[in-house]
Design a protein around this ligand. Structure first.
Ligand code: 4AD
Ligand code: MG
Length: 458
């Protein structure tokens, strides 16, 4: 269908002024008066609507009537002109309704609550808010690919169906083609008859396969969906979310922290320059001071603190936390909030967590109690990155797995990477939706995904 994107019209206006143009889009709003009518049309390419001016004596009445309908899809042709109030607008010459829209269209008003919009995920991309969210989501993904490509990383795709639970937290969704079989006497008998002849699930992380790839390709990153059957019903947890997982050989914890900080700053910088209109909108509507916050993040150093120091800071805070602060216990949301929002007031890498609360693959520190791991916590969200140097020593890695009662037979290939030419290596996982929330100010992960999957809601 020959037409011009609204974004193109606005960004290269001088080329189009005084010429006939055709645009296609959906009617957001309209106004009618005696001799003149106005339509605001949006085609999804720009946050801006194009105003279409209808001089009523020039267009057949029936055509006007069928076009003055919120939600209907139009193809409109007319003169593109400069206008004092709108910058540019179209003076209509002819209009064709591509898809009518009855009165029960739920997006009649200009403003709807996010809660209401969550009930109509199939229509909410037609609102300015979600147009902006998905524009930034797309730009952020591009920025991430650009960063790693520019730094010599290979993009690899790790399997989505897997037999290994990388995080060992038992949060895997099962993948099966088999109905319940009461005749099976053991779990093994049941899985033997299944599609893979083994227990299979959806990956919680591409890390283990990412490590395998890095052990030949040197530096890799994954960017794909990961799944967790977590029952945490929070604004930051989704059952299906996207993760970016770089894995870097010949790299210790110190090096990977440097990479992580540079990466986060670079992608923020990229989005600040590629999405000025969207970020200005979020700054005005969602998080006052958003752009200033992002500029501060890219121009100052992230804080670094050990877990042990963080526990001391929390103990000395004088705060009445709901969860007690104890060396050895995981940091809770309230603790992360205090550290990032009140104490450091900026992103902070918390390092060297107790081994017992972290995953099996993390490198044991010489103290024998903590691991060379770090979480990057940011104000307003909490953890956005989970990171560590990997245990490169075969025996130590095996011991950590045995300690956690992991079925070693499922991990022989992974252990082989430590047997054949093991190297110091590190990596991290960035939660894509959490990063998107951080750069846009979106408060709920359900508004960062096209179709959010959360516990109890498909
Ligand atoms: O800290 P996590 O569990 O780390 C890993 O999975 C490692 N294997 C990553 C690696 O080293 N390659 O998860 C990484 C990040 C978290 O920091 C968080 O941002 C995000 O993934 N995340 C979630 N995002 C949305 N919903 C959930 N349920 C999430 N769980 C983790
Ligand atoms: Mg984590």
């Amino acid at each position: 269908m020959k037409h011009t994107d609204v974004k193109e019209l606005f960004s290269d206006a001088a080329k189009y002024v005084g010429h006939s143009v055709t645009v296609c889009g959906w009617v957001r709003t309209w106004r009618d008066s005696k001799s003149i009518a106005f339509i605001e049309i949006n085609d999804g390419t720009s946050l801006k609507n194009l105003q279409i001016v209808i001089e009523k004596d020039k267009i057949p009445e029936s055509e006007i009537k069928s076009a003055l309908v919120v939600g209907c899809a139009l193809q409109a042709e007319g003169l593109f002109v400069a206008s004092e109030r709108n910058g540019f607008e179209m003076s209509l010459r002819s209009v064709k309704v591509l898809g009518g829209c009855p009165q029960d269209y739920p997006l009649q008003k200009k403003h709807h609550t996010l809660e209401f919009l969550r009930t109509i995920p199939h229509l909410r991309p037609r609102t300015k808010y979600f147009e902006a969210v998905f524009a930034v989501r797309s730009a952020l993904a591009f920025a991430i690919h650009k960063y790693f490509t520019a730094h010599g990383y290979k993009y690899v795709n790790t399997p989505i169906i897997t037999g290994s639970d990388c995080e060992g937290a038992g949060e895997m969704f099962r993948v099966t083609t088999q109905p319940w079989n009461a005749a099976c006497k053991t779990e093994q008998e049941y899985f033997d008859g299944d599609f893979f002849g083994a227990k299979a699930g959806l990956t919680v992380s591409g890390q283990l396969e990412g490590e395998v790839a890095a052990m030949g390709l040197g530096k890799i990153y994954t960017f794909g969906p990961t799944f967790r059957a977590e029952h945490s019903n929070t604004t930051r947890h989704a059952a299906e979310f996207w993760q970016i997982e770089p894995e870097v050989c010949f790299c210790d914890l110190h090096d990977i922290i440097e990479i992580g900080e540079d990466f986060i700053k670079s992608i923020i910088k990229d989005v600040l320059s590629s999405c000025p209109e969207e970020l200005a909108y979020f700054d005005e509507r969602i998080e006052k001071g958003l752009i200033e916050k992002l500029n501060a993040v890219i121009s100052s150093d992230f804080a670094k603190v050990t877990y042990t120091e963080a526990v001391e800071i929390l103990k000395k805070s004088g705060k009445d936390f709901k969860f007690p602060v104890e060396w050895g216990a995981d940091l809770q949301t309230e603790h992360e909030k205090y550290l990032t929002e009140e104490y450091f007031k900026k992103p902070v890498f918390v390092t060297d967590y107790p081994a017992d609360i972290k995953s099996f693959y993390m490198k044991l520190n010489p103290d024998g109690k903590t691991v060379a791991a770090t979480d990057l916590l940011v104000p307003g969200i909490g953890e956005i990155i989970g990171c560590s140097e990997r245990e490169a020593d075969y025996e130590k890695l095996k011991a950590a797995m045995v300690k956690r009662n992991m079925p070693l037979e499922n991990y022989t290939e992974y252990l082989d990477t430590r047997k054949y030419g093991s190297v110091p290596h590190s990596g991290f996982g960035l939660g894509f939706e959490r990063m998107l929330m951080y750069v846009t100010g979106v408060q709920n992960i359900r508004d960062a995904l096209l179709y959010p999957r959360t516990v109890g809601s498909l």
